[in-house]
Design a binder for this molecule. Structure first.
Ligand SMILES: *Cc1c(COP(=O)(O)O)cnc(C)c1O
Length: 365
């Protein structure tokens, strides 16, 4: 089955493209899920139908990443931004210190919240380099007594991405993976905690995925509000209160779709091919287009670039919009251009963008 509706070339940074197959399935099931005479949104979160959706989504995520048994998968709300708060609230105890690697605006925001709870340190920062790179592993400094080390695995705004992760030994490594979760295989056992808002690679906004090592749950602060404790959600299988049921249903469908793409290995190959199309145009443009990120730190999810001539850049964005490309403006804080090539962005959209970029250059240089 295919949709007759025209789909935009959607390069939005988030919320962003969802797989057409998933949208069509949700559309089919919207009015009558599994012959219940109602949509999944309209039924009790304690019902058998919903329970299956919920537990299957957890099981599929565990299987896709081969998440070890000593980890819990949680479905929370409040976005990645609430995780900026929950992480230090749960794990940064009085007198302790947490170390943050600064690689962009989201890491800065995460650090800002931690300052409310305890001592912090910059483990490394690429701010002076306009966040064009990810620090090398041996630049990262932390103490064995730190409560945790925090990183942002993919920097949505600057278009950089960690290619390998630091070994932090006994110190838990915490990662904001909002914009590259599910885009490639990752060894989960390297991390104490991973969090991600859903609206880039996982589904619609409204659900936040947390993958947390169980021993951290035991060490977490006890005297904090119930809803902000990881243990509350871990102890109740993320059903302490009403979860975002439709978002979790959509996440489950996205996970099935990822399985059908050959799992995380298959998805990674697709993502590499898609990003290469666009980076190649930038690199072969003789400086007409300029990438923001250093080559070794380039993101497979968010391709940030400028048109060297500022006036032409404005025109590029106008003409791109007219040609049906959506979401190519850089983040309002940095300007320029950004193509977000998340999992669900089809290779055809990337091909169309590369053709447009080549044509634009021919016309204007
Ligand atoms: C989008 C994004 C966020 C913010 O997510 P919300 O769900 O809107 O709070 C945080 N970190 C990164 C890396 C992001 O890409």
């Amino acid at each position: 089955m295919n949709s007759t509706i025209t789909r935009a070339f959607n390069f939005n940074a988030g919320p962003s493209a969802l797989p057409l197959e998933v949208l069509e399935k949700a559309q089919q099931e919207l009015i009558n899920y599994n012959n219940a005479g109602m949509s999944i949104m309209e039924m009790s979160h304690r019902s058998k139908d919903y329970d299956e959706v919920h537990n299957e989504a957890i099981a599929r995520l565990k299987a896709l990443y081969a998440i070890p048994d000593n980890y819990e998968v949680l479905f929370l709300q409040g976005g990645a931004s609430l995780q900026f708060t929950m992480v230090p609230m749960n794990f940064l105890k009085e007198g302790q210190r947490a170390s943050y690697v600064l690689t962009g605006s989201w890491s800065e925001k995460a650090l800002k919240e931690a300052l409310l709870f305890g001592k912090t340190a910059e483990a490394a920062s690429s701010k002076e380099n306009k966040y064009r790179n990810i620090p090398t592993l041996n630049e990262i400094q932390f103490d064995q007594t730190d409560a945790y080390v925090h990183i942002t695995s993919n920097n949505t705004i600057y278009g950089t991405q960690w290619k390998e992760f630091p070994h932090t030994g006994e110190v838990p490594l915490v990662a904001d993976m909002s914009s590259d979760i599910l885009s490639k295989p990752v060894d989960i056992s390297k991390f104490g905690l991973i969090y991600a808002g859903a609206q880039k690679n996982l589904g619609p906004s409204g659900v936040t995925v947390v993958i947390i090592r169980k021993d951290l749950l035991e060490k977490a602060n006890k005297n904090i509000p119930t809803m902000l404790k990881y243990t509350t959600h871990a102890d109740s299988n993320s059903l302490y209160n009403t979860p975002p049921t439709f978002g979790i249903y959509m996440l489950g469908e996205v996970l099935k779709w990822v399985e059908a793409q050959g799992g995380l290995e298959g998805i990674e190959k697709n993502n590499e091919a898609k990003a290469k199309l666009i980076y190649d145009v930038i690199d072969q443009s003789n400086g007409f287009y300029k990438g923001h990120a250093e080559l070794s730190s380039r993101s497979l999810m968010n391709i940030t670039f400028r048109v060297a001539d500022e006036e032409l850049e404005k025109q590029f964005l106008v003409e791109a919009k007219e040609a049906g490309f959506v979401g190519l403006n850089g983040h309002r804080s940095v300007g320029g251009c950004r193509a977000s090539t998340y999992n669900a962005v089809p290779v055809e959209a990337c091909q169309a963008l590369t053709n447009f970029m080549i044509e634009f250059q021919k016309k204007h240089q």
